[in-house]
Ligand binder design. Sequence first.
Ligand code: C2E
Ligand code: MG
Ligand code: MG
Ligand code: MG
Length: 278
Amino acid sequence: QAKKQGENLHQFYVKENEYPASEHVELYRNLRKALDNNEFVLVYQPQYDIETKEFIGIEALIRWNHPEKGIISPLQFIPFAEEVGLIVPIGKWVLHEACKQWRLWMDHNYLGRTLKMSVNLSSRQMYEPDLIELISKILNETGMDPHFLEIEVTESITMNLDRATMLLSKLKGIGVSISIDDFGTGFSSLAYLKNFPIDRIKIDRTFIKDLSNDISDQNIVKTIIALGINLNLKVIAEGVESEEQLNLLRNYGCHEAQGYFLGLPMSAGNIAKIIYTE
Ligand code: C2E
Ligand code: MG
Ligand code: MG
Ligand code: MG
């Protein structure tokens, strides 16, 4: 009987057999509980201007602080949360928390300039009918200045070009910036770059990983940077792990960088320390 139930649920939720049914029900229940019990936390990774070395922004990244298993990576629950729709309440929590934290930093550590806060938005959230209202409400409640909020979307939003164009324009309309995350890894045409009000592209870290040795990666990265510059977009490289990679990126004219070499994802308290000691 249990097996039968499992199979039904399985059919209902899982498309590509990614999650065994029993684990599935359990994970769903645990994720719901995690939301109610406040088990999610955000860590923050700094982003730098390559030329001036200035600390310019922060990406908020979710972690699940599981009472028994400890810290769990988003890679282990975000794809599932997207599949079963839990990404909607989780994404709402992330946005609220990130904006609240930004306000706190600015109120307590403001040093004459303001950092940008980037938040990842799942394509699934795009289908929420009241997404823009929700974001506006969060901005209001937290005192986040929309001009310092950036939403990171992936090329997968181009699956529904009309909806994405409409939503991104509305976001832009309320003052929020937009970046294309993991740029170069999606199966999408470049045509969307023309229609979307994009501010920045983030070169996926798979192209940065072997940048020092791999000529193809070097050519791809140079091309993405040229594309960004020609379209008047900022270009940031993610996953920068060495000085050599950073130097290459500087030579290619890449504007900004993020990665372990420059700063790990860290607690809000440690971000505040950077702001103080810089
Ligand atoms: P992403 O948005 O592309 O985030 C960058 C990922 O690269 C992060 O992994 C970050 O910790 C990692 N990273 C940063 N620098 C380096 C580096 O130098 N080397 C390597 N190897 N990795 C680096 P993380 O935090 O595990 O997040 C993984 C993915 O999970 C994110 O990829 C994003 O797609 C998703 N994610 C994380 N937080 C959220 C969230 O709040 N909402 C949504 N929808 N997705 C999220
Ligand atoms: Mg991201
Ligand atoms: Mg990324
Ligand atoms: Mg990535």
